[in-house]
Design a protein around this ligand. Structure first.
Ligand SMILES: [Mn+2]
Length: 341
């Protein structure tokens, strides 16, 4: 049986290789791997400028697990987007994007997970602008390591989250889903002066809450954004975000990575997540920011922490699919000029 699963092209076709042999032996049939594709895109090929890849890992959560099922739920929800032509950007990822499937990851080893993701990211980034579907937020650090290596300079970081993820440890362990921002700064993967956090609101001691601000970056708390919706209201904040992400070098801005924890959205709009925090941003607030900032020099995105067991009516997966689709269409639109949304 194990042999049949391992050698089944139907099972292996959508998985990204090469995969370390110890992770694939007898494991190609993990029940949580995605068996459908984002936007019903074709399997990724070298001709696709953009790809989507799943990271079904939730071994690093603080509270409720389930994010390993996120990639599958986001892909399924994306099918409601039909022909995927974006009403604002008037482009569709279809024809330009493929789905690289899920990266097969170990069940329990955090270090092995990081190594597997970094190796897969280095391979994919050589050919594609990649959007990652999490998975808990610990998947972002190995992606940043790969991007830092590829671009040979610290990245700018645009981070949407209810949580600052700058804690010095993960409840006694050195790394988890709440430590990656701090680790990325201390490793020199991201420039803290070109780091912007949006939607932060969870309980946290001051040293963690202000970690980014203390190093020259920006934090826009959920409270600071209350009542601000639509492009007119958000324009001054968008200008500040742009200024920060340029890293003080408008003529040579650093590449920007977008990391979007779905728990930045209020649990009323997106309940299916492991560590919900009431009082969050509305879906339209986050959409406005993504739409208006579409022309930043992005080099990648992740959407993490969708936990389908806690979702209702596919609300959370639908929000995640829409945000990823909006990002992809914004990237495609940014290659066409002129455009004024
Ligand atoms: Mn979070």
């Amino acid at each position: 049986m194990a042999r049949a699963l391992n050698e089944s092209t139907a099972c292996r076709r959508h998985h990204v290789g090469p995969i370390p042999r110890q992770f694939t032996h007898g494991m190609a049939g993990f029940p949580f791997l995605s068996d459908t594709r984002f936007l019903q895109l074709p399997v990724a090929e070298p001709r696709h400028p953009y790809v989507v890849a799943g990271l079904p890992w939730d071994g690093s959560v603080t509270n409720r697990p389930g994010a390993r099922f996120g990639p599958r739920a986001i892909r399924t929800a994306s099918h409601m987007l039909c022909d995927a032509t974006h009403p604002l950007f008037d482009v569709s990822p279809i024809g330009q994007a493929g789905d690289a499937g899920d990266i097969v990851l170990p069940h329990a080893s955090h270090a092995a997970m990081q190594q597997a993701i970094q190796a897969a990211a280095i391979r994919l980034l050589g050919r594609h602008h990649t959007v990652w579907l999490g998975g808990d937020h610990s998947v972002t650090l190995p992606i940043l390591r790969a991007l830092r290596q590829r671009h040979a300079r610290p990245l700018a970081l645009l981070h949407f989250d209810a949580h600052c993820d700058t804690w010095p440890d993960h409840f006694g362990e050195p790394s988890g889903h709440g430590t990656w921002v701090r680790e990325a700064v201390l490793e020199g993967l991201v420039d803290p002066r070109a780091t912007v956090q949006v939607g932060i609101r969870s309980a946290a001691e001051r040293s963690a809450r202000d970690f980014v601000v203390d190093r020259g970056g920006q934090v826009w708390t959920s409270r600071a954004l209350r009542g601000l919706d639509g492009s007119m209201a958000l324009a001054p904040i968008e200008a500040e975000i742009r200024r920060c992400l340029s890293g003080g070098r408008p003529g040579d801005p650093p590449p920007v990575y977008l990391s979007l924890d779905i728990d930045v959205i209020d649990p009323g709009f997106a309940p299916g997540t492991g560590t919900p925090e009431p009082g969050g941003l509305s879906t339209s607030q986050v959409l406005t920011l993504l739409e208006d900032l579409f022309d930043l020099p992005f080099v990648g995105m992740d959407c993490v922490e969708v936990s389908p067991p806690y979702d209702h009516a596919e609300l959370t997966a639908s929000v995640a699919a829409t945000l990823v689709w909006t990002y992809l269409c914004g990237r495609i639109r940014s290659k066409k000029t002129p455009f004024a949304p």
